[in-house]
Write a protein that binds this ligand. Structure first.
Ligand SMILES: Cc1cc2nc3c(=O)[nH]c(=O)nc-3n(C[C@H](O)[C@H](O)[C@H](O)COP(=O)(O)OP(=O)(O)OC[C@H]3O[C@@H](n4cnc5c(N)ncnc54)[C@H](O)[C@@H]3O)c2cc1C
Length: 397
């Protein structure tokens, strides 16, 4: 139900008081973990989350009040490395985690003491992630996991991984999976970097060999992994495509900067077309955000992700066109594990190369269109001949 204007005003006043207290009592230039821990304790981590879990149970759009004020006074803000924990791990824990899991994990996730990664994709299971083959077998109070994951972003710096794995090969594919939180630094985890088109190795292959996970780290019931995975995936699409940057900032702001320096005859019309699309996407994301609470976002997240991927590619294609032959001089193609490499982020040549991944990561654009066709337009679904077969009987390449 939409929040009334008067309660929004009262909550805004309360949030501003809490920010005043936070900044007065905790040095915004001091220790990162101390400051962000205090932000979490004040309920200013995710205001839409329940009280005691880093939130205040307030309307999601009020997070803007927190973000704008803290952006202005502190550098202790979430970075690229926290995107998976903040965007996906936190909503998964709040929706499906036990009280103990939430108490132990949410605070260090928010402060950045613990970096999180997502272990879903496998060499034989990407778009059809429910077909995955890695296996967990129960051994007393533990599970023993074997298998290979791939494209695991930030696994090399992560403490916790969200693992989707098969626990019952005799059940149909969607019903035989279980979801765990796994310790990425424990024995039986071999992480190998993969180099991307930008030269960086944001993501990795992860080999799991007799890796043991206590049953207390299972999220939700045995066999309920797909439901938890859907919460993860829907939030991932929002995290990737649902960002609400101020007008003229983000990718379109970067294109504006290039255009001001390098404008060519006739380029104004192309720029205005992209600017209008970016603004329409921004306003649509604001509307979707205002309707959202803490759990699993609906198909609007997939729409936002589809539009973001297409737009981002077009924006950086235009930026490289404006740069002309200079665009080919991507001079630092060294193999970088990107802990400190984000300062290159705003280089339009790097942004052009990185944007090619936007229509693949978090689900491809074709899959986003399938979701929109089925869940928004009500078109008939794709034929799914393996849906009710035991997973072990499904032919695999
Ligand atoms: C930068 C980046 C970061 C990533 N980070 C992670 C991560 O942290 N964790 C993780 O688990 N994964 C991650 N991924 C993997 C990503 O989720 C998969 O690459 C993606 O889901 C596609 O799977 P795939 O690569 O196996 O391609 P495939 O599924 O093999 O698809 C190949 C082609 O077939 C098309 N296709 C497949 N099925 C259909 C269909 N039913 N209808 C129409 N077209 C179809 C696809 O659109 C694609 O064009 C990352 C990927 C990238 C690029």
């Amino acid at each position: 139900m939409p929040t009334s204007t008067s309660s929004l005003q009262t909550d805004t006043i309360r949030i501003n008081e809490l920010i005043d207290d936070l900044v007065a009592n905790h040095d915004p230039d001091g220790d990162r973990f101390e400051f962000m821990g205090a932000q979490f304790d004040a309920g200013l981590a995710w205001v839409r989350f329940p009280v005691g879990k880093g939130g205040l149970g307030m309307a999601p759009q009020l997070q803007d009040v927190v973000d704008q004020r803290l952006d202005a006074v502190t550098e202790h803000r979430p970075s690229f490395f926290h995107l998976i924990g903040h965007g996906m791990g936190a909503p998964v824990l709040v929706t499906h985690g036990t009280e103990e899991q939430q108490t132990a994990r949410l605070r260090p996730l928010f402060t950045g003491e613990d970096i999180w990664c997502q272990l879903f994709s496998e060499p034989g299971a990407g778009s059809d992630v429910a077909g995955l083959s890695s296996r967990a077998i129960r051994d007393g109070d533990e599970w023993v996991v074997n298998g290979q994951k791939v494209w695991t972003t930030v696994a090399h710096v992560a403490k916790w991984g969200m693992l989707l794995t098969r626990t019952d090969p005799t059940a149909p594919k969607h019903r035989g999976m279980t979801y765990f939180l796994m310790d990425m630094q424990a024995p039986g985890v071999d992480i190998r970097p993969l180099r991307q088109i930008t030269g960086e190795a944001e993501f990795n292959e992860v080999y799991l060999t007799d890796h043991r996970i206590p049953d207390s780290m299972r999220i939700s019931d045995v066999g309920d992994g797909w439901r938890v995975a859907l919460t993860t995936l829907m939030n991932e699409r929002v995290a990737l495509g649902g960002a609400i940057a101020p007008r003229d900032s983000g990718a379109i702001g970067e294109l504006l900067d290039v255009w001001r320096d390098r404008k060519t005859a006739g380029s104004r019309d192309a720029l205005m077309k992209l600017w209008t699309q970016a603004e329409a996407a921004r306003l649509t994301n604001i509307r979707a955000y205002q309707n959202r609470t803490s759990g699993t976002p609906g198909p609007e997240g997939s729409t936002g992700k589809l539009i973001f991927a297409d737009l981002n590619k077009k924006i950086f294609e235009m930026a490289t066109d404006l740069l002309g032959p200079n665009a080919m001089l991507y001079d630092d193609y060294s193999f970088v594990i990107p802990e400190g490499a984000r300062e290159r982020d705003r280089d339009p040549r790097r942004r052009f190369l990185r944007s090619r991944a936007n229509s693949i990561e978090g689900g491809t654009s074709e899959i986003m269109k399938n979701i929109m066709g089925e869940r928004v337009l009500g078109l008939p679904g794709e034929p799914r001949v393996d849906k009710d077969l035991p997973w072990k009987d499904v032919p695999r390449g």
